[in-house]
Design a protein around this ligand. Structure first.
Ligand code: NFE
Length: 562
């Protein structure tokens, strides 16, 4: 780990991780460390996409097809934010069926993301793969079967996975070719390493199930096709040869059940196991302390006022300062967002609301005191705010959401039964571990919402409602719109200005723009930078601890810098 950081940035050891792996897009992490603790941290996005300027001049009605190419992970999310921005600009209300189909796609896509985040992008920070070869499969199966009713934890399964791992490790290629093996921060016994790796492989099947739901409702996955400004593109019928019909929807039912079972019996339990065996991680990685989430899963077509998942602004330093965001058009959200370019490689240095945002590339190398990233630094009413499942969960808990409390209490009980950790409470959520727990709880809420939306769509079609699209008309004058979506990574919004039927300006503020951005105009670090500061690092050649906290945010640099 080397660094070309200027000498002027203080004493201590300089550390550079470039590129950070198991995230989306190129990211460089620079840190200054004294006595095993980070003193300063800089996150530097290494690529600029130019998607915002690419969209200028485009037809707003088809912009979503380009916008969803922002990312290979968050495809559906940018598509939905784009059509919502145009629909707001045109003051369009979409049919109830369209809202249901969209909600189904959003839930399934988010589940695919959350499962992939925990098992494929994070788990290898906590699990020592080669140690799984020394596990006793019988003991592993007995322990796993004592935790719940998941039917794929048998001794035979454990033996098969152990053999598979033996072959993969001997081959010396692929995702297990190297890792932070034998790092002192790895604390799981061999049996739990084997159990976690068993679920790692099973998570791939759960992701397939989620993708199948997205593909049925979206026409294809990733990069859905079944969307349109005004609703959805594909016709709906009861039994006709349309892409969405009752037989196809009913055939999804076993997939919904299988996915629900995986999330509630495997994912939630595995996060509880991590929490039980790594209790100190509920004390590490707290971020800015300010959280923002957007309302998501509108109940009805008029939807922009009632939501399954509420949004709002939450300040942990002032618990009474909870301010709900009541709709996807709430001026309170729109009025609070400003982006700064002072520590970016964008010219000129300025503060702008996204409707008038801009920025030309002006790369000058890594300069912590000037520009060091392609990502703009957004603030919400002047504060650096964390977005993501943790923000969403804190809002749900504040809102006394019964199911969120149920899944949290269930997890805390399970952690308690597995460990001697005293005084477990929701205070542990403001941490690296808390971000994983929040994402698992959000997944449980999403599988519940998925079934609810599926049933509502089936009922609508049985009642004879087949409307999914209302044709839009583009006005000739100027219109502005904002499309909000609570994406898997957190608050996402697209801002559009339409003039003479074409896009005049387009700006995207993605979850990772909020979380993985550089210093703002006042030098305040971004939420990830805050979470990684005053953070332990025991081995500079294997800065595993920093990766644990960074990965828990799931930063996506291709979304962040446009
Ligand atoms: Ni490119 Fe994303 C999410 C979006 S950005 S993965 O969620 O939008 O963090």
């Amino acid at each position: 780990m080397k660094s070309d950081m200027p000498k002027s940035s203080g004493a201590g050891i300089r550390l550079s991780i470039d590129p950070v792996s198991r995230i989306h897009g190129p990211l460089r992490l620079e840190a200054r460390i004294e006595q095993g603790v980070t003193q300063e941290v800089w996150l530097s996005a290494q690529m600029w996409r130019a998607m915002e300027s690419t969209l200028r001049g485009h037809d707003p009605l088809t912009a979503w097809l380009t916008a969803q190419r922002v990312c290979g992970e968050c495809t559906t999310t940018h598509a939905i934010a784009s059509v919502r921005a145009v629909e707001q600009a045109l003051a369009l209300t979409i049919p109830d069926n369209a809202q249901r189909v969209r909600n189904l796609m959003l839930c399934a896509h988010a589940l695919h993301n959350h499962i992939g985040h925990f098992y494929q992008r994070s788990l290898l920070d906590w699990v020592e793969v080669p140690a799984a070869l020394y596990a006793n499969p019988q003991r592993t199966a007995q322990f796993a079967e004592s935790l719940g009713s998941w039917p794929h934890n048998s001794r035979h399964t454990m033996e098969t996975v152990q053999q598979r791992l033996r072959t993969l490790l001997a081959d010396g290629r692929g995702p297990f070719a190297s890792g932070h093996w034998q790092h002192p921060a790895m604390q799981l016994p061999p049996e739990l390493n084997l159990l976690a790796m068993t679920h790692y492989f099973q998570s791939l099947e759960a992701q397939q199930q989620a993708a199948a739901i997205t593909a049925t409702c979206g026409g294809k996955a990733p990069h859905i096709q079944n969307l349109a400004v005004g609703g959805i593109a594909n016709p709906i019928s009861a039994t006709g040869p349309t892409p969405i019909n009752l037989p196809q929807l009913l055939a999804l039912e076993p997939t919904l059940t299988a996915l629900e079972h995986f999330v509630k019996e495997v994912y939630l339990t595995d996060v509880a196991l991590l929490a039980a065996f790594y209790p100190e991680w509920s004390q590490r990685g707290s971020g800015s302390g300010h959280y923002l989430a957007l309302p998501e899963l509108p109940y009805t077509a008029e939807g922009a006022s009632r939501f399954t998942l509420p949004g709002g602004y939450y300040r942990s330093d002032q618990p009474n300062r909870y301010r709900p965001i009541l709709s996807q058009h709430d001026p309170y959200f729109n009025g609070g967002v400003i982006e700064a370019t002072h520590h970016t490689w964008l010219h000129p240095s300025q503060l702008r609301h996204p409707w008038v945002g801009e920025g030309q590339p002006d790369f000058n190398g890594f300069q912590p005191e000037a520009g060091y990233s392609w990502v703009k630094a957004p603030t919400f009413y002047g504060q650096r705010v964390e977005v993501g499942p943790l923000a969403g969960l804190l809002l749900l808990l504040t809102d006394q959401h019964p199911q969120a409390h149920h899944y949290l209490n269930r997890s805390l009980d399970q952690i308690h039964s597995l460990s001697a950790t005293p005084d477990l409470s929701s205070a542990m959520l403001h941490s690296t571990l808390g971000r994983h727990l929040a994402r698992a709880i959000r997944s449980a809420l999403l599988v519940d919402a998925l079934r609810h939306e599926w049933q509502a769509l089936v009922d609508n079609i049985i009642r004879g409602d087949q409307l999914g699209f209302i044709p839009p008309t583009l006005p000739s004058g100027e219109r502005r719109g904002m499309g909000c979506h609570e994406a898997p990574g957190g608050a996402l919004a697209h801002w559009i200005t339409i003039d003479k039927g074409r896009i005049r300006n387009y700006q995207i503020v993605a979850p990772a723009t909020w979380n993985a951005s550089p210093r703002d105009q006042h030098g305040q670090p971004g939420p990830c930078e805050s979470a990684l500061t005053n953070h332990p690092v025991s081995n500079h050649d294997h800065p595993l601890e920093l990766l644990r906290t960074l990965h828990a945010f799931d930063p996506c640099m291709v979304c962040a810098a446009q």
